[in-house]
Design a protein around this ligand. Structure first.
Ligand code: FES
Length: 67
């Protein structure tokens, strides 16, 4: 995908792929996905609006953590 870093994952809160990747900096793939999700949500506020991006956010998290 072109310009993936700037790809908007959460339109409500204007959270990009890069924002989520940055929020994942202190996490490892051994962690529980839901716990990681909550942390990313606390940092970026993604998925606190309409909630429609929930699945997309989870996909980005697993993609970044799994490499
Ligand atoms: S698109 Fe993320 S909360 Fe609406």
């Amino acid at each position: 995908m072109e310009n993936k870093e700037n790809y908007m994952i959460c339109n409500c809160k204007q959270v990009s792929y890069a924002d989520i990747a940055k929020a994942l900096h202190n996490h490892t793939k051994m962690e529980d996905a839901i716990r990681v999700f909550e942390d990313v949500q606390n940092v970026t506020h993604c998925s606190t609006g309409c909630g429609g991006c929930y699945q997309k956010v989870l996909e980005v998290i697993s993609e970044v953590l799994m490499g």
